[in-house]
Design a protein around this ligand. Sequence first.
Ligand SMILES: C[S@@+](CC[C@H](N)C(=O)[O-])C[C@H]1O[C@@H](n2cnc3c(N)ncnc32)[C@H](O)[C@@H]1O
Length: 184
Amino acid sequence: MQHSTLVSQYIKQLKSLTSTADESVLDLACGSGRNGLYLVENGIPVTFADVSAVAIAQVQQHACLVNNMKQADFWSIDFEQEEGTPLAGKSFAAIMVFRYLHRALFEQIKQAILPNGLIIYETFTTEQAQFGRPKNPNFLLKAGELADVFSDWQILHSFEGVVESANESGQKQAIAQIVARKPN
Ligand SMILES: C[S@@+](CC[C@H](N)C(=O)[O-])C[C@H]1O[C@@H](n2cnc3c(N)ncnc32)[C@H](O)[C@@H]1O
């Protein structure tokens, strides 16, 4: 699957952050790893995290193929566990979250990113319900929600609207995106 253009747009910043901070980029709820693998292919260290052991195993195989295992870490984790704070005590140069929403993680995500580090977040908004799944409001961002959560960070990019899916279906998708830098 194609990586998001949002990731390629910020690849220089991600490269610079990971080389100076000596920390990786967390691909949170990585799925097929389409975004993290693109970074690994470009020499950027990534921690792939997902609850699905199958997804993690597939990403491992792909990372092997690009011959860059030393740039990849794998973390089988349930981010929605009832007890505990999975990101507590962890630190990352940047965190990217695509097509996944668990609101209880917002504060943990903000904590786990190093000062000057980046959040890259893209997922569906409530408008998505008219086009297809997901329809559960727990998985859909409200208008302005991402911008609100990161309002105390430097917003580098913010978008909310309807786009055509990057795959050949051309289906409409209602999404919000944010790229923001954590204050020093
Ligand atoms: C729609 S996919 C998005 C995958 C990837 N971020 C992308 O954009 O291609 C959602 C991913 O979230 C993962 N996920 C769902 N619940 C999770 C949980 N509780 N903890 C960790 N990952 C979870 C799923 O296994 C799946 O890989």
